[in-house]
Design a protein around this ligand. Sequence first.
Ligand code: BG6
Length: 524
Amino acid sequence: MNQSSSITNPLREGINARGAPEPCVLVIFGATGDLTKRKLVPALYNLAHEGQLPASFAIVGFARSERDEAAFRAELCDWVKKKSRFSPVNDSVLDAMASRIFFQQGRYDDPQAYQALASRLNQIDKDLGTAWHRLFYIATPPSEFPVISEQLGANGLVTRPQPGSTEPPLQRVIVEKPFGHSLETARELNAVLTRVFDERQILRIDHYLGKETVQNIMVLRFANEIFEPLWNAKYVDHVQITVAESLGVEGRGGYYEGAGAMRDMLQNHMMQLLALVAMEPPTSLEPEGIRDEKVKVLRAIRPIASDRACGCSLRGQYARGSMMGQEVPGYLDEKGVARDSLTETYVALKLHIDNWRWAGVPFYLRTGKRLPKQTAEIAIQFKAPPAVLFAAQSNRRAATTLQPNVLVLRIQPDEGISIRMNAKVPGTALNIQPVKMDFDYGGTFGARSPDAYERLLFDAINGDSTLFIRGDETEHAWSIVDAVLQGWKNDPQGAPAYPYESGTWGPPEADEFIRRDGREWRRT
Ligand code: BG6
C-alpha cells in the first residue's frame, strides 16, 4: 500500500482555527480577458469541485468594457466546461459558483468606478458574510497595474495591517506578469504597490511556481538523503535548464515585440527554476525562509557587465519552417511584428553562481519558441566518473565510453524524474551502456495534476505566499537580465538575432555557444 506523509504549511494566514479557508471575495481586474476565461475561472471551478473554496466565496469581474452580468456568467460557465480538468462538470457546483459571479464595469482610473465597486463589495459582505476579506487580482495589461493599485488605496478599498501585527491581512493583491519591463520599472512598480499594500499583502504571480513538478524540486532535494551530498561543485559538471515551446507567438506579436524570450520567460519562470535548484536548504517551510534562500542565490549570480553580455548569451529568432508537417511563418511575418525586429524568440544564457556550493559550475539556460517540441526540464549533469578501471575496454573493439550521470527533472509535459547511469550489457564481453532509471508522475500518481493556477489561487485565498515572488526577488532577477539586454542594445552587431528555421533546436550558433565550453545541449 502506498503511504504518503502529509505536511501542511502551518503558516497559511487565511485559514481559521477550524482549518477552513476564510470567506472571501475575489475581484478580477481585466475580467473580460483571456486569462480569466481560460485559466482563472476554470481553476476556481476545479477548486469548488473538490470542495476547496471557502463556503462563502464570490467573484466580481471588473473590466472597462460593458457586459451584461447574466451573459458574463454564461460565458464563464462555457469556458469552465471547455477547460475544467473535470469532465463532465458537476452542474450543481457550477450553478452555485455562477450565482456568485458579478460584473462591474468601469475605467481603471475612475474613482467613481471604485466607489461603485466598494458599494458592491459591501453588499456582498452583508449577503455572504465575507467581512472585508478581499483578494484583488490584477490581470490587466501591465500599464494598468500602477493606476489600479493607487485607486484601490485612494478609494479606501485596502486596509494596511498595523506595523508589527501578526494578524492576517484582510485584503491582498495578486499581480500578474510581466512584473516591470526592466530593473528600473520593476522597482517603480514595487514602490507603487508598497505605497498602498504591505509586502505581506502582495502576491506576485509566476505560474511556474504553481506547477507540481516545480514544487517537487524542493521535495526531491530536501526530503531525500541521497541527492544533496552530490548537489555541488565537487560532483556536478554543469546544469542545463531548458524550456522549449513548439508554439510561435500565437497572435501576441504586439506584446511579444516589447518582451522577447528574455523578459517573457527567462526573467521570471527560468530564474525561478534556477533559484529552486541552486538554493541552500531553508531552515523551515516558512514562506520568508524559502524566499530568503532564493534571494541569496539570485544575489550570488555573478554580475554580467554589459560589455561582456554578448559572450555569455545568445539570441535567435525563428524563421519560417515546418512544424508537424505544416508550413509556419517566420517571426518577422507575424502580425504586430516590425519587419526589421531584433526581438529574440530564442535565448541561451550562461550564468555562474559565485558561492561555495556552485563555484565553477556553469548554469546554461535556454528557451525558445517554434522549437521541435514542447518540453521543460532541468538536467543536472555530473562529472565524468574516473576512467581508470574501464580505460582498457575503451581501446578494445567492443568500445566502452563512460557517459556522465545525468539527473533530469522533467517539468512538463511528460512529468517525471530520470537518472542516467552506466550498466553492463549482458554477455561475456564487458560492454557498458548508459541506461535510464525513470519515475513518471502519471504512472505513479494516476490522476491529472491540478493546473498551476488552481494551486496558486488556492494559496492566495488561504494566505500562503510561499509560491509567490517577493519584491526583492524580482529585482535581483531583473538585474541579471537587464545587464544582458543592455549589452545587446549597446552592441547589436555583437548580438545579432540569429535566425533559425522553425521546427529546429534554435540557431546553429547556439550549438557553438555551448560547444566552446566543451559541452553539448541535451537533445530532450
Ligand atoms: C507565459 C508566457 O508566461 O508562459 C508565454 O508569456 C509562454 O509566452 C507561457 O508560452 C508558457 O507557459 P507553460 O505553462 O505553457 O509552459
